[in-house]
Ligand binder design. Structure first.
Ligand SMILES: [Zn+2]
Length: 268
């Protein structure tokens, strides 16, 4: 499942590759992923120029010159591939006036695409917490949110109403870097620990973006390439392997139905 760094990598690639292009055609091979009627989706996309491409949480937002927005949520297995060949997982083909193509592929079909006049028409955006790189996401705000919950810190990090864009991979890595046990109750964290956690949330996500994300299973960046951050993962999917810090074995537990990987020795 692509998380913030993977989606940010795609957005940066698309910002360059789609700059001032015009959608000359949109071919819907599978209407299942559209959140509106196909003819409405096509009508509001075809002939429109791309203004810019941005991100909110894990969603890609293509700003159209018509002042509308093409919102793409990759969810589980969605991929946007520039210039690739259509295959059995291609659900939409976007054709541009210069002849170039952008494919939307999605093996498991959990992705969602829609054109909206206003971003608040996307219900998900209204419940989404702050962006981790925004000014409003501060240690003070974290402390305030932690006070209101009895959940373990790992589960709070995964809660997109707390902060946008963090999924299972980065939650595990952030807690490892912060030397915090995923089982700790968020409300029990000290002010210093919250500050450390805040720093590592930003540092880990920035480092992952610099390495073009992690490639677990289906993620590909905008040119169909894998990310390199998975070579730098310390705990995620490393059950039974030595901790890079202390050499003790990485453990796996289940929290809120998700696997958590951590070092029981250096994460307290
Ligand atoms: Zn360790």
């Amino acid at each position: 499942m692509p998380e913030l760094p993977e989606v940010e990598t795609i957005v940066r690639d698309l910002s360059k590759s789609l700059r001032s292009k015009i959608f000359s055609d949109v071919i819907v091979h599978d209407t299942f992923l559209l959140r509106q009627k196909a003819d409405d989706f096509i009508r509001r996309t075809r002939g429109r120029a791309v203004d810019k491409v941005t991100r909110r949480g894990k969603a890609i937002i293509i700003h159209l010159a018509s002042s509308e927005f093409l919102v793409i949520q990759l969810i589980m297995t969605g991929q946007l591939i520039a210039g690739g060949q259509k295959d059995k997982h291609t659900r939409l083909t976007f054709v541009f006036s210069d002849g170039s193509r952008l494919l939307y592929n999605d093996q498991r079909r959990f992705g969602q695409l829609r054109v909206v006049g206003k971003l608040d028409e996307v219900k998900h955006f209204n419940i989404l917490g702050p962006e981790p790189f925004s000014k409003e996401f501060t240690p003070a705000l974290m402390q305030e949110a932690f006070r209101k919950t009895i959940r373990p810190i790992k589960n709070v990090l995964l809660d997109h109403t707390f902060v946008a864009g963090i999924g299972n991979i980065y939650a595990c890595e952030i807690l490892f870097r912060s030397r915090l046990s995923p089982k700790r109750q968020a409300r029990r964290l000290s002010r210093t620990e919250i500050k450390t956690l805040h720093q590592h949330i930003i540092a880990v996500l920035k480092e992952a973006i610099a390495h073009r994300g992690s490639s677990m299973r289906n993620y590909r960046d905008g040119s169909g390439q894998k990310g390199r951050f998975n070579e730098r993962l310390s705990v995620y999917a490393r059950e039974g392997l030595p901790c890079p810090r202390c050499g003790k074995l990485i453990q796996r537990i289940t929290q809120a139905g998700r696997s958590t990987f951590y070092c029981g020795h250096c994460q307290k």
